[in-house]
Design a protein around this ligand. Structure first.
Ligand code: F6R
Length: 623
């Protein structure tokens, strides 16, 4: 949430900063701003609305200068207005600051500043308070110096002193009109990466903002403060320790984050799934031993065998993957497994036996609630592993090990390819733990064969896109959608409903099919279709009963089935989407794709902003 970009170099900063913001727009898109310094003059453009509005503004009133900062906002404190857009300034108007996070004690800090005569607050944000605090500390310390080296040191000192007083989370970047070619960044709880270029350096919330300029990156740790100049940078912790900050190569290129021929990132990412599913299992299957190889878990065979309980935690789509993981691990490995909302888990006292293993599932690896759950679990001494896509993320770095998704950057706000990658990885985990216990070689082989067949089967499912588009057109004026499934496909009903809500803004709910008669059936009516996820499996006939119950009440039925299911649904369902068959525990990787497409096509039909849905942002770094 919120994206920040900073630049110090020899090129015109404004274009680089705007281009960076475009790449970060998925993190927040209610307002944006940029500040550039030129010859001791700090100039700003900022406005409510998307980056295009800011680009128009800077085209009308261009900015010149070779260092500056920028921000795209997802509002937390203060309404969506021009004034609340970042950057924010100190009382002198010479220091500009952008911020991602929440300053929890901003009211107290503000009262202090006001008591001491500082009253020129122009916005309702927590960020502005931090800008004033740093500016005040800097002005006090700098009154008597003109030496530029001393100015840099004193600005850094003021940032450090101010951050010592802050309670909350931040990724910040700031510049000062009187301190040339100099930028400071700091992080605590919100991501910040330093891009290392030749004669130029960058700061960003995410490498995608800067990968067009450099693939050399230093991922900052919590409490790091970095001072950045054209040809050098210095990182030390808030406490003053220098620490180890290796320069890493960014895994992907600028090409990977383009939309290509697709109209939306979401559609591109849906269609990438044959490849991303393949990449999630690449090198991780042992056909000979009928098991999975997951060296990243950093666990010995004895440790793997001793796991007595598993907790899967995450938020949103990642949590839905966890729900399927629960069925998978219990089925394949017979290990008691619980799924916990990360936001609940971190604050409640879940009973945990010493042999409990915790997995934090997160595409971004930056979700504040999931990170909080991971830290709480590690604080209690439990081995905590990550299932992440972003290899440089905080969750990936702070966990005791884990499994990367290797799905490539996911830009569409609605998660799609990361979900199927998470399911592949959870299947691998089930397989590995199962084969350390009672899962037979025959069963192990069956799972491996099913996994290996998936990329081609997904290609088949993607060919149904036109059929699904036609269904979306037909149902475009509905008032909502219900989703039902049993067993492995109950979480798919939840995920189908989440996708539908996120990008169409239609009311949608997912339920276990059998719950229908316990209350939900009261909702059934002709303008509310029910999507039934009913592959031809052991619970098919039970599902059929539930479909009949909806049919009897004139509810339209959209069914997803496999094998002989279509024959039996012919007389009952209004729509039948036929999928290739797979063992029930792998089937969700196929059944979710038509639901991603259904939400997508319906949202297009309704004219929604697919990649930037209302009120949402990818990577939720606030609680
Ligand atoms: C849904 C969606 C969100 C995320 C959730 C967790 O389409 O994108 O529900 O799944 O915010 O995000 P990560 O996986 O980055 O922790």
């Amino acid at each position: 949430m919120c994206g920040i970009v900073g630049y110090v170099g020899r090129a015109e900063a404004a274009q680089i900063l705007l281009e960076g913001l475009r790449r970060l727009e998925y993190r927040g898109y209610d307002s944006a701003g940029v500040a550039v310094v030129d010859g001791g003059n700090l100039e700003t453009r900022k406005c409510a609305g998307r980056i295009v509005a800011l680009a128009r503004l800077t085209k009308k009133r261009p900015l010149s200068g070779c260092f500056g900062i920028s921000h795209t906002r997802w509002a937390t404190h203060g309404k969506v207005t021009d004034e609340n857009a970042h950057p924010h300034f100190d009382a002198s108007g010479k220091l500009a600051l952008v911020h991602n996070g929440v300053i929890e004690n901003y009211q107290l800090l503000k009262e202090d500043l006001v008591r001491n005569g500082d009253t020129k607050f122009r916005s309702e944000t927590d960020t502005e308070v931090l800008a004033h605090l740093i500016g005040k500390l800097y002005d006090e310390s700098c009154a008597s110096t003109v030496d530029v080296y001393q100015k840099k040191a004193r600005l850094l000192g003021a940032v450090r002193a101010a951050l010592q007083k802050v309670i909350g989370t931040y990724g910040i970047a700031l510049v000062h009109a009187n301190v040339p070619d100099f930028m400071i960044g700091a992080r605590r709880g919100s991501p910040l990466v330093l891009g290392v270029g030749k004669g130029e350096n960058f700061l960003a919330s995410d490498v995608s903002a800067i990968v067009a300029y450099t693939r050399d990156a230093v991922y900052l740790n919590d409490f790091d403060v970095v001072s950045v100049e054209r040809d050098k940078f210095e990182i030390a912790s808030l406490g003053g320790e220098s620490g180890d900050h290796p320069v890493s190569k960014v895994e992907f290129t600028a090409e990977d984050i383009k939309k290509g021929d697709f109209r939306h990132y979401m559609l591109k990412e849906i269609f990438e799934q044959p490849d991303t599913v393949r990449d999630a299992m690449r090198g991780r299957l042992s056909v000979e031993e009928c098991t999975a190889k997951l060296g990243g878990l950093n666990m010995t065979p004895a440790q793997l065998r001793d796991v007595g309980r598993i907790i899967l935690t995450g938020c949103g789509t990642a949590l839905h993957a966890g729900r399927i993981g629960e069925y998978l691990i219990e089925r394949l490995a017979n290990i008691p497994t619980e799924v916990e909302y990360a936001s609940e888990f971190r604050h409640r006292n879940t009973p945990m036996t010493p042999e409990t293993l915790v997995f934090a599932i997160s595409q971004s690896g930056e979700t504040a609630d999931t990170l909080g759950a991971l830290r709480e679990s590690r604080r209690k001494g439990f081995r905590t592993l990550g299932i992440c896509n972003n290899v440089a993320s905080t969750i990936a770095r702070e966990s005791d090990g884990g499994v990367y998704m290797h799905a490539g950057p996911e830009i569409g706000v609605a998660a799609t390819k990361s979900f199927t990658s998470q399911l592949v990885i959870l299947t691998l985990i089930g397989l590995l733990f199962g084969r350390m216990r009672n899962l037979s070689t025959a069963e192990g082989s069956r799972i491996i064969e099913a996994l290996e067949a998936l990329p081609e089967q997904i290609e088949e499912v993607l060919k149904l896109s036109d059929q699904i588009k036609a269904i979306a057109k037909k149902y475009a004026d509905v008032n909502g959608v219900l989703f039902f499934g049993r067993q492995f496909n109950f979480p798919i009903a939840l995920e189908g409903a989440l996708k539908m809500k996120e990008i169409t803004y239609l009311f949608a709910e997912g339920h276990p099919s059998a719950e229908l008669k316990h209350g939900i059936i009261a909702l059934v009516r002709p303008d509310l279709p029910s999507v039934f996820i009913v592959p031809d499996d052991a619970v098919f006939s039970k599902n059929l009963n539930n479909i009949e119950q909806v049919k009897a009440r004139k509810g339209p039925i959209i069914s997803l089935t496999s094998g002989n299911g279509a024959k039996q649904l012919k007389e009952i369902a209004n729509e039948i989407i036929s999928l290739p068959d797979a063992p029930d525990c792998v089937m969700p990787i196929l059944t979710v794709i038509p639901l991603q497409l259904l939400a997508y096509h319906l949202a297009v039909e309704l004219g929604r902003d697919i990649d930037k849905p209302r009120n949402l942002a990818k990577s939720v770094t606030v609680e």
